[in-house]
Design a protein around this ligand. Structure first.
Ligand SMILES: [Zn+2]
Length: 109
C-alpha cells in the first residue's frame, strides 16, 4: 500500500478518484467518513487520503495526480492573477504575481 494523494479540497480529491476509476486503478480512501465526527479530530486527520492498493500503479497514478493538480491550479488561477508568476516577453525575466511591470526592464505585463 502506498499513499498517493491527500487534499483538503473535496473537489480535487473527487477528480482524482474519478480518473482512477476510469483507468481501473485500484485504490482505497482513508478518512472518508471522518467529516461526520470532525469536532475532536485534528485537521490533518480529517483530510481524506487516497492509497494505492497495488504499488505497481504508482507511476501511472502519479501522472494522473500531477495532471489534476495542474488543472486545479490553473482553474483557480483563472479567477484572478493572484499567485501566478509571469515571464517578461522583452527580457525573459520571471516576475512575481504582485508586479504588473517587469522589475528588470520595466516592460508591462
Ligand atoms: Zn523584462
Amino acid at each position: 500500500m502506498k499513499k498517493l494523494f491527500s487534499s483538503e479540497h473535496a473537489f480535487e480529491l473527487q477528480a482524482v478518484r474519478s480518473e482512477l476509476d476510469a483507468l481501473s486503478i485500484p485504490y482505497m480512501v482513508k478518512n472518508e467518513f471522518a467529516s461526520g465526527a470532525l469536532g475532536e479530530l485534528p485537521w490533518q486527520e480529517a483530510q481524506q487520503e487516497l492509497w494505492l492498493v497495488d504499488d505497481t500503479w504508482f507511476h501511472r497514478a502519479s501522472k494522473v495526480v500531477d495532471g489534476i493538480k495542474a488543472n486545479f491550479a490553473s482553474s483557480q488561477g483563472g479567477k484572478g492573477q493572484e499567485g501566478r508568476e509571469w515571464v517578461c516577453s522583452s527580457c525573459g525575466e520571471e516576475n512575481g504575481s504582485a508586479f504588473e511591470v517587469c522589475w528588470q526592464c520595466g516592460d508591462a505585463l
